[in-house]
Design a protein around this ligand. Structure first.
Ligand SMILES: Cc1cc2nc3c(=O)[nH]c(=O)nc-3n(C[C@H](O)[C@H](O)[C@H](O)COP(=O)(O)OP(=O)(O)OC[C@H]3O[C@@H](n4cnc5c(N)ncnc54)[C@H](O)[C@@H]3O)c2cc1C
Length: 355
């Protein structure tokens, strides 16, 4: 059986981002790489969006950039500007195509459907397949989105709506998210932050239909794409293994208070690439402990007081957009952290330390 210097288990966002980073930095000229990916074909299955607080390799896969966004609670809307850190949406179809075309140029890179097809005993493994058991004590961000097309101009494509809490909360945390790509096309997502122990929250199609037709008052549209997912708002746990690093969601790259993962994956890929020659001894790359601590408290508050969350999020976005974006994208300094923390209901957050 064939042996490889490196194995990437899972050719999704993190696996392919890492392979691409290694390839463009010529780290695979004299090394071999096997990518283990069971999917039969690559096609668009996700839209990755984030505030661009750091450079990445995929500007040519960006579907749209926005410099303005809004956050709503019933009867109140806050408009914010994000020119300094534009919000970007990446089309996963373009991302897969770009990377796979690049990787094809190097004969040292091979794809397999299952790890049992190769000898993995002496390889260094980058694993992006999380081992997560459904456990009703853990919180998830679960959602379903549809891209719709309207006959006439309907959307203001200069501004996206990050969170609209003006919807049924069902004793949980629920909001809609709208990304208008053009005046006639938009991705509209229903998003829940919950333990996923209530299947009644999963009537996503009905929620989206109701929101589009009765809240946005849009009757004439067609659905052209649909995506659904659940992001764990907890870190998968693993035994530490020599010659193995977890990447992507499996590697703790999700910011737990927001679900944002894409840019952290890119930074992790760059870090691995810079340290690839001595990767077994490189320090573990992780989201800073300060955010791990703050997100833990935030999620405890969310768990115990879901009814407070629309106001808490709304208040958070009353800070300067630059501060709140940096905070949510792991780029804030101490003063900016303090600014956000002081916007939170103090007693509720102090109590959460003792839950
Ligand atoms: C629908 C959706 C939308 C999201 N939107 C955003 C967003 O807007 N912004 C953001 O920052 N984050 C977003 N996320 C979170 C995160 O960025 C993505 O989940 C991202 O794809 C995580 O990358 P990954 O490589 O860890 O996982 P994946 O991209 O899921 O890759 C894992 C790969 O492993 C493969 N695999 C599965 N089982 C095996 C096996 N046994 N052996 C080998 N391979 C296997 C899968 O086929 C897959 O290709 C979203 C997540 C989802 C699900």
């Amino acid at each position: 059986m064939r042996e490889f210097d490196y194995i990437i288990v899972g050719g999704g966002c993190a696996g392919l981002s890492l392979a691409y980073e290694l390839e463009i930095n010529e780290k695979l000229k004299n090394k071999t790489l096997a990518i283990i990916e069971p999917r039969a074909e690559y096609k668009k299955d996700k839209t990755w969006s984030f505030w661009k607080v750091a450079a990445h390799n995929f500007d040519d896969c960006v579907k749209k950039n926005w410099e303005n966004f809004s956050v709503n609670i019933p009867k109140k809307t806050n408009h914010l500007e994000c020119k300094i850190y534009p919000y970007q949406s990446i089309d996963s179809g373009l991302f897969y195509e770009k990377i796979n075309n690049k990787l094809k140029e190097n004969n040292n890179i091979s794809f397999f459907k299952d790890i049992s097809e190769i000898n993995s005993k002496n390889s260094f493994v980058f694993n992006s397949v999380p081992s997560i058991k459904k456990d009703y004590r853990n919180l998830w961000q679960h959602f379903c989105g549809v891209e719709i097309e309207t006959q006439n101009n309907f959307f203001d494509d200069e501004i996206f709506n990050l969170m609209d809490f003006d919807c049924d909360q069902r004793e949980s945390v629920h909001f809609f998210y709208t990304l208008p790509y053009t005046k006639t096309r938009a991705l509209i997502e229903t998003t829940w932050l919950s333990k996923m122990n209530d299947d009644s929250q999963k009537d996503y199609d009905t929620q989206i239909k109701d929101y589009i037709e009765n809240h946005l008052n849009l009757k004439n549209y067609k659905i052209i794409y649909k995506e659904e997912g659940a992001i764990p708002l907890f870190y998968p746990t693993y035994e530490k293994e020599k010659n193995k690093i977890n990447i992507g969601t499996a590697g703790g790259m999700t910011r737990l208070s927001t679900g944002y993962t894409f840019l952290n994956i890119q930074e992790h890929s760059k870090y691995i690439c810079q340290n690839i020659e001595n990767i077994s001894n490189a320090k573990k790359f992780e989201i800073s402990k300060k955010y791990q601590f703050l997100d833990d408290i935030f999620l405890r508050v969310l768990d115990k007081n879901p009814e407070l969350m629309p106001n808490i999020f709304f208040k958070m976005f009353k800070s300067s957009p630059k501060t709140v974006i940096k905070f949510l994208s792991n780029k804030s300094n101490f003063l900016e952290d303090l600014f956000i923390v002081l916007k939170m209901p103090k007693l509720t957050f102090i109590k959460a330390l003792f839950y």
